[in-house]
Design a binder for this molecule. Sequence first.
Ligand code: GDP
Ligand code: MN
Length: 345
Amino acid sequence: LGDYHQKPEANEKETTAYESESPSTRVNAAFVALVRNSELAGLRSTVRQIEDRFNRKYKYPYIFLNDVPFTEEFKRGMSFVTDNEIRYGMLNASDWSIPKHLDPAKVFAALEKNKSRYIYGGSLSYRYMCRFQSGLFYDHPLLKDLEYYWRIEPDVNYYCDLDYDPFVFMKENGKRYSFTIAPLEWEKTVETLWPTTLTWIKENPHHLPEESMINWVMGNNGDYNMCHFWSNFEIVDLSLYRSEAYRSYFDHLDKSGGFFYERWGDAPIHSIAASMFLKKSEIHWFEDIGYKHPGNEHCPRPEEMALKCVCDSSRSYTYRSRCQRRFSLVQDVKKEELLQKVAQR
Ligand code: GDP
Ligand code: MN
């Protein structure tokens, strides 16, 4: 009875585990969210879970970006759910507008046409968001020195205790892209994304690596199979997005207008790029990170993982997902083989 006020041994071990690591094992990384002032409650919930599961011990900073200034109420609210550093930033007006090379009248006609065809079909701000998260965020001044980022969103759930550093894990194991959930994209939102991608491939073979995991997104018939990594969670080596190849690919997509005339999401674009530019060994499924974003959840099934989580693995989408199965089976293909297939189309 007399000892109950003492820290349990397990806790003491926990607090020293990280401190005993050498500083060189730390990665220049941060949690990053684009978020609205109105989403304060949802972001507080997300950040509190990240702190509880992982970051109270690892102390990575948070970077929050917005198209309008963050309110004092927002900043005050966030300051009470973490003691770790928070950096607030605004986007350039040019990062949140219809690019000059597009015809606004055509954009508004497309919104009108698509507003009842799919969710956010008529939303202009959603398109700004997808374009920014696809191609521009990694050049924001607040992210300039970051090597890796972990994207977060308001109102998601983190179910599992994480007792290692995923940034360090990725770096030490040559992982450059990672995900938790891989669903199917809604075809209507990306009608010309694949043909536009194929044009880029034909014009830019010099940007392709000798081998890639492209067959994860490309079916046997050479079409896009709608598989994508759900990018509301992703931990990524930002040199992937900052590469000449990715920039060239994004510019090509941006010029085509598909972010606005259709409603291309950053998820299929990140996913096609990761599959096209990386080998399978560079892409990691964090099976041990139980995660939910409204619509889908991943809850680990293997017992050694499940015991650290508070979720029901029988409700996990991931163990019945076609794209997840495809990821476990897919093999890298040679550039030559890819180019041959593309040439036939
Ligand atoms: P969904 O996950 O596709 O349903 O889209 P969300 O509404 O969750 O948006 C994705 C991310 O972008 C979330 O972190 C949002 O907070 C953020 N976001 C979306 N629209 C806006 C916007 O107009 N302004 C700002 N500042 N953030 C936005
Ligand atoms: Mn979301």
